[in-house]
Each structure stands twice: as C-alpha cells, then as structure tokens.
Design a protein around this ligand. Structure first.
Ligand code: C2E
Ligand code: MG
Ligand code: MG
Length: 566
C-alpha cells in the first residue's frame, strides 16, 4: 500500500470540500499523516483551489449540499475540464437519491454520513486513488521509460509539491531543447537518437543533484523541463558538456542543445505558464548559434503580452473594421513619363488603443498561428472589390497585387478561393496579381511550384516579392514559374552609396531580361534612385518617391490625375 500513499517521499494530496467544520475535522483526522489535505468550505472555493493547481490533487471528497455552489455543480465543472476530469471524486451524503444523481454525473463512489468507520473510508480512498492512477497510467506514466525522468504530467504535479516543502524558495523553470534532433534520428538511426536523449537526461539529473535538488522531465521527444533552485548564471558547464559529447559522437556542430530559462518563477501563476515563458526564451535563440542560453526577461515578457493581445484582438479588429486595406501605386516608367499602372494591397491595422500597427508586427506572428489565412482572405476580397469599384467609377482597370503568405500556399482551397473571388467581382484573372515572397520558394519548392503553375494556367500573374533577400539560387530561378520580378528594397536603399549594390541591381535587371520578365523596384524614395533605375531599364517603380500606401479614397485622386494627363 505504501506505493500509493507515498511515492518518492511525496504524499498524495486530497481536497476535502464540506461546509461543516465538524465534518472537515473528522475527515482531516482520518487522513492525518497519511495524506496532505486541503480544505474548502463550499463549491466555489473548491473550484478556485482546483483550477489554481489542477495537477495537485489525487482525490476529492465532496459534500453535496453546500452554500454558494453545491457539490453537483462542482462535479459538473470538473468533468467538463480537461485537467480536472481525471481527479476521482467521492461524494459524502446521507441521501440515497443524491448518491445516484452524483454517480450519474461522474462521481466515482460515495461515503455515507456520519463517518463511523474510518478504516473503511481510508481503504476506499486508497483503492480509488490507486485505481484512478492505474487508469491514468494508460495515458500517462509517471516516468519516461527511456530516460527515467518524470513525464510531463507528473512533473507538473510534483513541482507544486516542492513548493510545499520549501515555501518561498526562489526557483527557476528551465527548458532544454535539442536542435535538429530529427536529423540525429534520420542520419544516425533511432538507437543513436535514444543514446543522445539518455545522455542529456543523465546530465540534467547530475545538474539537479549538484544543486539542492529539483525535478527533471522529458516532455516530448527532444524537449526537457527542469525545475530547480534559482541560479544567476546558467548551465554553461552542463551545456558545454552535452554539446561536446554530441559533437564527439556526430562530428557536426549543427546538432546542439539550447536552454531557455525563466528565472525566479512567479508562483502566482500556473507552472504551465512558467514553462511557456521558458520556451519563448528558448525559441528566441533557435537560429542564433552564438548563444546557447536565453533568459526570459521583461522585454520578452512585454513582447509576449503584446503578441497575445494582438492575437486576442484580431477577431474584433475584423468585425469592427479596424483592419483596412491600403493601396500603394506602381508606376510604369518605360515611357516618356511615369504612368500609373497598378497597385499593391497592403494591410493596415488601426488599433483603438495601440494606434497604427505595422504589418511587420503582426504578419509574421499570424503566420505562426494560422490567423494569416483569415487576414489574407479579407485583404484579397477587399482588393477584388476595389478593382471592381474603380472599373465602375472610372472605367479603368487598375490591376492589384495581393500578398500571398507562404502559409496560404498550403491551403488546399487557395485556388478555389481566388478563382471564386475574381468571378464574384466580375474580373479577369490577369487583373489580379499575386505576390509571393522569395523565401517561400525555398521552403517546399515542388509543392509551391505545383500550386503556382495551376494559378498561372488560370491566368493569375505571379510576382516574386523581395527578390534578392537571400534564398533563391540562380539555378532555381530558371525553373520558377513567375511573371514579374520584384527587387528587394535593400538594393535600392544602398544603390547610390555602395557600388556593389548598384552592380547587383544591374545584374538583377539582366537576369530579368534573360527570363523575359519585367522588374519592379520597391522602396524608391528619391529622384536619383528613380533616374538611375530608369536609365538601366527598370520597368516599374513602387515607392515613397511616387506615393506611400493610401486608402482607396486618396488613391482615387491619383487615378483622376493620371486620367487628366492622358
Ligand atoms: P512587401 O510585400 O514587400 O511590401 C512592401 C513594403 O514596403 C510595404 O510595407 C510598403 O509600405 C513598404 N514601402 C513601399 N515603398 C517604400 C519606400 O519607398 N520606403 C520604405 N521604407 N518602405 C516602402 P508594409 O506595408 O509595412 O508591409 C510590410 C510587409 O508586410 C510587406 O512587405 C508584406 O510582406 C507584409 N504584408 C503587408 N500586407 C500584407 C497582407 O495583406 N498579407 C500578407 N500576407 N502580408 C502582408
Ligand atoms: Mg508585397
Ligand atoms: Mg516586397
């Protein structure tokens, strides 16, 4: 029996919920010394305690009739909650009908009042905890069989117990991740991958033992959580040791271990949140090989809060029309004078509290969580609607290009969405252009090429955005299906001050001639830049020199001006 009452020195934790002091006392005495006991005086208090520490409790003893919130409601709430539903509930009652009702709701057993047989109660509680844990073991065992570390669920449950034994101690939450771990498995085989995981686990165990104790867990394939007493500087020794061993075995520096540390955790928030923060820190150095350790600090915290806010506010932004599509004109400069030729649709977010937010702040964020598709679908529709409006108002066609995020490419409905849009607004596909950033082409080339080919067959024009920003090889260029090359802004910015950049601009123009596609120069701000590009045969210009992105109403003036000058 000892196994289930006490494991590794940890007592199981029971929650007793009863509004009557006497009942709480009697039960408390029965469990005294064998279990840790927390008391709640009504359902509301019980829910509060449970939600604060969902992993903490092995069992709940629940009275049914209580003020504020009764036991039935508590059972209902617990059964609806992913984290709480695993906690077995024993109801305490003297009414037969209530017993049936509570069992029907999901209580596991009942104990009748008055409590005159303590041994029976104890035995039942033990058996039920044992039973529930065995059941949970199907989903989650306590220890990871490969490394012997705790599994995530048990780890989170036990760290709240540490707090009880050493209250007030400053603690750190640490996440360890192995870069490119899948490569180890793929190149060196699973056995070798396992060997590396065990090596990391052993080092973490040592690290904990060298400190005053703590806990370590493997939470998934190559991610480890550690909870230990606060240290000012982190684990260079440990990391170096691990990284050296990996290097010795693999001969590559690509596979390394990095740490994200959330120091001196805020115990007022839930442990999961500590590790979310440590993970944020850890992810910040994913591509940064100059650092192996990152600390979660105020800046990261503020950024995370800001990002959370943007994500939360996105839906209201859509319904309350805070998102606006601006249009930046593109001018054809091949003739005697620049002519308005087309436009790019660019999203703007006018946030009621934060003011104007740049797409650079939220587009990459939304690409990470799927919201980008909603955003882009909205922009695409606005763009189509606007082309229609201009046609109707001025009897001219201003083709508009929209940005297609690399995430959109994997949307199986992409083709249908775009074709439906042009149909809905009575447009032809060559009035509607798609900007795909160069970096998207480097990710999953074959899939992307298939999608793009299909769109081009339908008549859509594809612009390769941000060309030269770093990814495509010259070789790739000849196989890419594109209609327009959009030169990255950085060349233009430095073109007149740095000869090498001017040379690159000329090379890009040559490449475009070879591919027989026109070139758009983005970010043209000065007359000299414009002239230089014109002299060298650039076709189209987009930039502040002509105009910033504008709301449609102001864009109208440009159309009117261009029509007048005809
Ligand atoms: P992009 O597609 O390369 O768009 C061009 C960016 O350059 C725009 O920034 C535009 O305002 C800016 N720009 C244009 N001319 C000049 C200039 O002369 N000087 C300077 N300094 N900047 C100029 P914006 O609107 O802030 O957008 C930034 C990026 O955000 C875009 O780069 C695009 O990648 C993304 N983005 C914007 N709107 C959307 C959208 O609706 N969907 C998606 N997926 N991405 C979008
Ligand atoms: Mg663009
Ligand atoms: Mg661009």
């Amino acid at each position: 029996m000892k196994r289930f009452k006490e494991r590794d020195g940890f007592k199981k934790h029971i929650l007793i919920v009863d509004d009557e002091f006497v009942n709480r006392e009697i039960l408390g005495n029965i469990f005294n010394g064998l279990y840790d006991v927390t008391y709640a005086e009504d359902g509301e208090q019980a829910m509060e305690i449970l939600r604060e520490k969902p992993y903490d409790f092995a069992l709940m003893l629940l009275d049914l009739l209580m003020p504020k919130m009764d036991g039935f409601t508590v059972i209902k709430y617990c059964k609806e909650d992913e984290l709480l539903k695993r906690i077995p509930i024993i109801v305490m009652t003297s009414e037969k009908s209530a017993e049936i009702e509570s069992i029907r709701l999901g209580a596991i057993d009942f104990i009748t009042k008055p409590y005159d047989m303590p041994e029976v109660i104890l035995a039942r509680v033990e058996r039920i905890i044992e039973f529930a844990e065995d059941k949970n073991i199907i989903q989650a065992t306590e220890k990871d069989s490969l490394t012997g570390l705790y599994t995530k669920e048990y780890f989170l449950r036990y760290i709240s117990q540490i707090e009880k034994y050493a209250p007030g101690t400053k603690m750190d939450a640490v996440v360890l991740n192995i870069d490119h771990f899948h490569l180890i498995n793929e190149i060196y085989g699973r056995d070798f991958g396992d060997e590396i995981l065990v090596l990391v686990a052993n080092e973490l165990q040592d690290m904990i033992e060298n400190m005053h104790g703590g806990l370590a867990s493997r939470v998934n394939a190559d991610t480890f959580y550690v909870y230990l007493e606060h240290k000012d500087i982190y684990g260079h020794n440990v990391l170096e040791k691990i990284n050296r061993q990996i290097y010795e075995r693999t001969g590559t520096q690509n596979i390394r271990v990095r740490l994200g540390v959330y120091p001196d955790v805020d115990k007022a928030v839930q442990p999961e949140m500590w590790y979310d923060r440590a993970v944020i820190a850890c992810n910040r150095i994913r591509e940064d090989y100059t650092r192996n350790v990152a600390y979660y600090d105020k800046k990261l915290y503020d950024r995370a809060i800001y990002e959370e806010k943007l994500i939360r506010d996105f839906y209201t932004a859509v319904t309350e029309k805070q998102l606006m599509v601006y249009f930046q004109p593109k001018f054809n400069i091949t003739g005697d004078r620049p002519r308005l030729s087309s436009a790019e649709a660019l999203i703007r977010w006018k946030h009621p509290e934060l003011g104007m937010i740049s797409p650079g702040d939220f587009v990459p964020l939304f690409e990470g969580n799927g919201l980008i598709q909603k955003l882009d679908n909205y922009v695409w529709e606005e763009a189509a609607r606007q082309i229609r409006l201009w046609k109707d108002k001025y009897n001219v066609t201003i083709p508009v290009s929209v940005n297609v995020s690399r995430i959109d490419i994997y949307d199986p409905k992409l083709f249908d969405k775009l074709t439906n849009l042009v149909e809905k607004y009575g447009l032809t596909t060559n009035e509607y252009m798609l900007e795909i950033t160069e970096s998207a082409y480097s990710e999953n080339v074959n899939e992307l090429i298939d999608v793009v080919n299909k769109l081009r067959e339908k008549g859509f024009k594809i612009e390769l955005d941000d060309f030269g920003s770093g990814y495509s090889s010259l070789n790739m260029l000849t196989t890419l299906p594109i209609d327009v090359l959009k030169m990255d802004m950085k060349f233009i910015r430095n073109m007149l001050t740095d000869y090498k950049n001017l040379k690159l601009v000329e090379i890009i123009l040559d490449i475009a001639r070879l591919l027989k596609v026109p070139v758009i120069a983005e970010g043209v701000e000065e007359e000299n830049q414009y002239k230089t590009l014109k002299d060298r045969g650039c076709d189209v210009i987009q930039g502040y020199y002509f105009s910033k992105p504008l709301p449609a109403s102001e864009f109208n003036l440009l159309i009117e001006k261009d029509l007048e000058e005809q």
